[in-house]
Ligand binder design. Structure first.
Ligand code: FAD
Length: 328
């Protein structure tokens, strides 16, 4: 495998996302200095993001500055990515395993006739094949899968790989036109985009620390205890379904089977029993901490660290100590 590796950039609030940067690290590892890692970014903000891309260790950046892709289906972006991969002669495309990335992988694999895997947490080359590992069944098992070439598309699980250091010298940026899109890809367009209410702090899907509260907090008014701990840690706030069903916080906070899936470095579950429907949304977190007054609560079976006790005593003390240590 000496062909270039293409990393698809995802943009949020005008910047490359952290999962995109993690893809560059994996691309460099797979290329092992034998092939270039090339960035790709598309959309109306692509040109300004390309500058950022050019500083994070890619050999060059391919840009499609066309607003059509801002509102088109992900299938249209897959079309543009496939064209870019062809153009640079890539054999592997990497994308962060966000909602966008997971959707892109399937579309691109079919369009580009490639072997594909999503939620990848480990990848290694063996001859012309790639061996990937990824959590399945909501994190209750880990699958190893062999992918045969000659083409590969991988969505990498966010917060799993390090981000690369900044490059001393920026790489070149090459602007290319949007390839003509089959009309079928433009029949559905996004007409509005309204961010969901996630409260203050980082967004649940991107955060490297998540603090979630459950029914154990008892009332909507008490939920500020969870939010204050999250704020002290610079974490996103999540909730169990018991909380969102009760209307204590919006459904956009819900983690689990019918809510969001998160895989942060640290997940703190406060007053959450650990029902399977909650666990499937957070089991792949790197470190799980549970705070619960019931020592037999199922959450302790999956927790790396557990505190058995009353959250109304523990949270204020923990928050105060974290604030003190962090000088807040
Ligand atoms: C089809 C389906 C889909 C579902 N999807 C989801 C989903 O996406 N996400 C989700 O979360 N749930 C989901 N559920 C609901 C799930 O089964 C549980 O009912 C829910 O997760 C329970 O939420 P909880 O842990 O906050 O509440 P409980 O199960 O009531 O647990 C509250 C916990 O708080 C502890 N506690 C109480 N007081 C204190 C205190 N003072 N200090 C410390 N701890 C205390 C208790 O010991 C207990 O363990 C789904 C259910 C179904 C049927």
């Amino acid at each position: 495998m000496t062909a270039p590796i293409l990393v698809v950039g995802e943009v949020q609030a005008g910047h490359l996302t952290s999962p995109t940067l993690e893809c560059i690290t994996v691309g460099q590892h797979l290329a092992a200095g034998q092939a270039p890692v090339i960035g790709f970014v598309a959309g109306s903000s692509a040109r300004s993001v390309a500058d950022e891309f050019s500083h994070v260790g890619v050999a060059r950046v391919v840009v499609v500055t066309d607003a059509t892709l801002d509102t088109a289906l992900v299938a249209a972006t897959a079309h543009a990515v496939a064209a870019a991969a062809e153009r640079v002669g890539a054999d592997t495309v990497l994308v962060g395993g966000t909602t966008f990335g997971r959707e892109l992988v399937g579309r691109l694999a079919i369009r580009w006739n490639a072997s594909a895997a999503s939620s990848v947490t480990e990848v290694r080359k063996e001859g012309d094949a790639l061996h990937v590992r990824r959590p399945i069944f909501g994190g209750r098992a880990t699958e190893t899968r062999r992918l045969d070439g000659p083409r590969f598309v991988l969505a990498l699980r966010p917060h799993t790989f390090p981000v690369p250091p900044d490059a001393a010298v920026p790489s070149n940026i090459e602007e290319v036109p949007l390839p003509s899109l089959p009309p079928g890809l433009l029949v559905a367009r996004r007409t509005a985009l309204e961010p969901t209410s996630e409260g203050v702090g980082p967004s649940l899907g991107d955060a490297s620390i998540v603090v979630s509260g459950g029914r154990g907090v008892r009332t909507a008014e008490n939920f500020h205890l969870v939010e204050e701990l999250a704020a002290a840690l610079g974490a996103a706030v999540g909730a169990s379904r018991a909380v969102t069903d009760a209307g204590w916080r919006p459904s956009s906070f819900q983690v689990g089977q019918t809510g969001r899936s998160v895989s942060p470095q640290l997940y703190i579950a406060v007053g959450i029993s650990g029902a399977i429907q909650h666990l499937v949304g957070m089991l792949s977190s790197r470190v799980i901490v549970a705070i619960n007054s019931d020592a037999s609560a199922p959450i302790f079976r999956v927790a790396d660290y557990g505190i058995v006790g009353d959250l109304f005593q523990i949270l204020p003390a923990l928050t105060a100590e974290i604030r003190r240590v962090r000088g807040l």
